[in-house]
Design a protein around this ligand. Structure first.
Ligand SMILES: *Cc1c(COP(=O)(O)O)cnc(C)c1O
Length: 375
C-alpha cells in the first residue's frame, strides 16, 4: 500500500468503504444487477485496486472502454465478467476471446470480424449489441437494427449476452431526450421477441439514468461516476446518498512573504495589493491538476479555504494565506476532500475550471501515488 517516506507527500486517498457504500445504495435503488464502470483508471481511482474491491463486493459485471484495460484486469486475476464498451478493431478480436472479455458489437461488419476470429480460434465470443438511440457515436441506429439483430441471433460463433445503448442527456432530469432514447431502444429489443429469440440482458442506464430515470434501469445498470460518489450533474438533487471516495492531498513545501506588487508565477498574472503570505504546494498540471485553476482554484490549509494565486506550474502552485495566515512546512493541503469540517469536491474544482467532474478525476495521472483505506 503506502510507503510514505519514499513517495511524494502528494497523494490520492481512495476510501474503499465509500465505494462499498455507494455500490450498496445503487443496488438498493435500482434493484437490478450492476455493471461497475472502471474505465480510465477507474475514473482516476486506480483500475486494479478498485476493480478488485468491487469484485470482492460481488459486483455483477465490470465495464471498461478498451481491450487493454480488460486485459490488465485479467492479468491481475480478476474473474468477474468484463464488458469492453468501446468500438473494436478487427485485429484485436482474438485478444478479447483469449482473455474472456465481452465484446461490444456495433455493426454488421464488426459482427463478421468477431465471427471470423472466433471461428479461427475455435471458441465462441461473448457479445453485446450496441444500438444507437441518439448519441450518433458507435452502434447501429435503432431504426435499422433489424438485420443486425437477426444476424447476431443466428450467429454460431457469437453468444449474444447483452444488448445496450447509451444515454446522451440523462444527467438532466428535465431532458425529454432520455425517454425518447428508451423508446427507440425498446423498439429495437422488441425485434428480438418478434423473431422468437431469447431476450439478452438489456442495459441502458449510466449514472444519470440510475439517478433520474428508473424506467431506464431495465435488466442491468451501468453507473460510473456515481459509484465514486460524484454526481454527473452537480446541480441536480441526488436521489440517493453517495459519498466521494477520492481525496487529493499534499503538503506545504515552502512558505514566504510576497511583497505588495510583486507578481507570483509564470506570466506575472497576479500580484498582492499588500504584503501577503504565500505557500507553495508540490503538485501541478503535470499531475493532471488543471492549469485552468490558475488564480481560481481553492484548497484547504489548516481548515481554511485558501485561494490559488498565479498560474499553476507543471509541478507546483502557490496559495495565498493573506497577511496574517499561518502555515508550516509539511502542513496538510487538501485539494479534494475535507479538513476540519470544510470540504472541496471534485464538482467544485470542475466548476471553477470550466469543466465536468469526470475530466477532473480522470485527469489525475499516474504520477500521483494512490493509497487505499478501508475495505
Ligand atoms: C462511461 C460509460 C458509462 C458510465 O457513465 P457515467 O456517467 O460515469 O455513469 C456507462 N456506459 C457507457 C457505455 C460508458 O461509456
Amino acid at each position: 500500500m503506502s510507503e510514505p517516506f519514499d513517495q511524494r507527500p502528494t497523494r490520492i486517498r481512495v476510501d474503499l468503504d465509500a465505494l462499498t457504500h455507494n455500490l450498496g445504495r445503487i443496488r438498493a435503488h435500482a434493484g437490478v444487477p450492476v455493471l461497475g464502470v472502471v474505465k480510465a483508471n477507474a475514473y482516476g481511482h486506480g483500475l486494479v485496486p478498485v476493480a478488485r474491491h468491487l469484485a470482492r463486493q460481488g459486483i455483477d459485471q465490470l465495464g471498461v472502454a478498451f481491450v487493454e484495460e480488460g486485459m490488465e484486469l485479467r492479468r491481475a486475476g480478476i474473474t468477474t465478467p468484463i464488458l469492453v464498451m468501446g468500438g473494436i478493431f478487427g485485429p484485436q478480436v482474438a485478444q478479447f476471446i483469449v482473455h474472456d472479455l465481452e465484446i461490444t458489437v456495433s455493426s454488421l461488419d464488426k459482427l463478421r470480424q468477431v465471427e471470423a476470429a472466433a471461428q479461427s480460434l475455435g471458441r465462441q465470443a461473448t457479445i453485446h449489441l450496441k444500438i444507437d438511440t441518439g448519441m450518433e457515436r458507435i452502434g447501429v441506429h435503432s431504426y435499422s437494427a433489424a438485420p443486425f439483430i437477426e444476424a447476431a441471433v443466428a450467429s454460431r460463433w457469437c453468444r449474444l449476452k447483452g444488448i445496450y445503448s447509451h444515454l446522451a442527456c440523462a444527467d438532466d432530469p428535465a431532458s425529454p431526450m432520455t425517454l425518447e432514447q428508451l423508446d427507440r431502444f425498446l423498439d429495437a429489443c422488441a425485434h428480438i421477441t418478434r423473431i422468437g429469440a431469447p431476450m439478452p440482458v438489456r442495459h441502458l442506464a449510466n449514472s444519470g439514468g440510475v439517478l433520474h430515470f428508473p424506467q431506464t434501469h431495465l435488466d442491468m445498470v451501468r453507473p460510473g461516476i456515481l459509484l465514486y460518489g460524484v454526481l454527473p450533474d452537480p446541480a441536480s438533487i441526488p436521489a440517493i446518498d453517495v459519498r466521494p471516495a477520492l481525496s487529493l492531498v499534499s503538503q506545504v513545501v515552502y512558505f514566504k512573504v510576497v511583497r505588495a506588487g510583486h507578481p507570483v508565477s509564470y506570466g506575472a498574472t497576479w500580484a498582492p495589493a499588500a504584503d501577503t503570505r504565500v505557500v507553495t504546494v508540490p503538485i501541478g498540471y503535470g499531475d493532471g491538476f488543471p492549469r485552468a485553476l490558475s488564480s481560481r482554484g481553492q484548497v484547504l490549509v489548516r481548515g481554511q479555504r485558501r485561494q490559488l494565486v498565479g498560474r499553476v506550474c507543471m509541478d507546483q502552485f502557490m496559495v495565498d494565506l493573506g497577511p496574517a495566515g499561518t502555515a508550516y512546512n509539511e502542513d496538510e493541503v487538501v485539494l479534494v476532500g475535507s479538513q476540519q469540517g470544510e470540504a472541496i469536491r471534485a464538482e467544485d474544482l470542475a466548476r471553477l475550471a470550466g469543466t465536468i467532474p469526470y475530466e477532473i478525476l480522470t485527469g489525475l495521472n499516474q504520477r500521483i501515488p494512490r493509497e487505499y483505506r478501508g475495505g
